[in-house]
Design a protein around this ligand. Structure first.
Ligand SMILES: [Fe+2]
Ligand SMILES: [Fe+2]
Length: 348
């Protein structure tokens, strides 16, 4: 019983049996002789034959019926209606898949004849029919989920683009951080779900800057204390926007933690070490490297070598040692360059 119900997974159980049934195939008439029936059983290798007259199912004739007829000396020239079973479970073509599955499971039927409103045989349904359609339905659902995920990714990329239009100095910043963060994540053997979460979180990690005045974001000199206090609000602002979206991953939590540091000197919460999500630890290293290796309003790019020196300097204090080591390996292999990124298309 459980097996047939498992096969319903992904199917609309209220759909009609007619949506999955197959053609009845070879059937025999009640006047077919036992000898002819034996030949059909042998040729089809079916243990059960349907017996129909004028399109109506009148019985079933099984291998068991055949052997017991021959054992009791019935002539091969006798018609099957003398030995067939007249009790046949059938289902209407409008019956639901759930009803048909239950009938098959309860009565241990492998093939269920399907009848139309006039009682005529229009098809057969078996376990294979359930399985075949169930697999198709699950595939269709997976495609739909992928489509929704893509829409979500596009929406986040659009949000990122809105922010970057206000602040040309950070144009491309989030995309570059995302690419570097994913490279570091791969180096750390993150699984595909974690890599996906990391890539999405990185693409919007500075989203909170949308509420910071553009004059402050583009100020050509270092910020004063009051301005910096305002900029420090951006992880929390992003969190409040992103927490309203029901992501399958902790995107809002990763984003709010991207300025936390391993020694607890970061913001907004002053979290320490293991309290910080691994994705956020990767994001903070990628963020530092990207910022240092590109132009800022208040200074030109410092370059990859300076970025490597800086993260090594902060290794074990503010930054996670393993993440720094993984990032340095990625950078030394030449897999990241802000210049190259300008011409490389962003991978899907
Ligand atoms: Fe940030
Ligand atoms: Fe950033």
């Amino acid at each position: 019983m459980a097996q047939i119900y498992t096969q319903l997974e992904g199917l609309d159980e209220t759909a009609a049996v007619s949506t999955i049934m197959h053609a009845p195939g070879e059937i025999i008439g009640p006047e077919t002789t036992l000898g002819q029936a034996a030949a059909v059983v042998d040729r089809l290798q079916h243990s059960t034959l349907l017996v129909a007259a004028d399109g109506k199912v009148v019985g079933t004739f099984t291998l068991h019926d055949l052997t017991s007829a021959f054992r009791s000396g019935v002539s091969p020239d006798e018609p099957v209606h003398r030995c067939m079973s007249r009790q046949v479970m059938t289902v209407q073509e409008t019956a639901t898949l759930a009803a048909a599955a239950k009938m098959m499971a309860t009565h241990s039927i492998s093939h269920l004849p399907v009848l139309n409103a006039d009682g005529k045989l229009v098809g057969l349904v078996n376990g294979h029919d359930f399985r075949r359609l169930s697999i198709a339905a699950i595939k269709a659902q997976a495609a739909q989920v992928r489509k929704l995920e893509k829409a979500l990714e596009d929406t986040l990329a659009a949000l990122a683009a809105v922010l970057e239009q206000r602040d040309p100095y950070t144009a491309g910043h989030q995309k570059h951080v995302s690419m570097l963060a994913v490279s570091i994540g791969k180096e750390l053997d993150f699984d595909s779900g974690r890599l996906h979460a990391l890539s999405l979180a990185a693409i919007v990690h500075d989203l909170g800057k949308i509420q910071i005045p553009a004059e402050i974001l583009t100020k050509p000199e270092r910020l004063n204390a009051a301005e910096f206090a305002l900029v420090r609000q951006h992880p929390m602002i992003a969190y409040n926007i992103l927490k309203t979206i029901d992501f399958p991953w902790p995107i809002a939590d990763i984003v709010v933690q991207h300025h936390e540091t391993m020694d607890g000197s970061g913001y907004p919460f002053g979290l320490k070490g293991e309290q910080i999500l691994p994705e956020a630890r990767v994001l903070m290293v990628a963020d530092i490297v990207e910022s240092m290796s590109s132009d800022r309003p208040y200074r030109p790019a410092l370059g990859i070598d300076a970025a490597i020196a800086e993260i090594i300097h902060l290794r074990g204090s503010r930054l996670d040692g393993e993440v720094v080591d993984a990032c340095v390996r990625v950078l030394r292999r030449g897999e990241y360059s802000p210049f190259l990124l300008e011409v490389l298309p962003y991978p899907d």
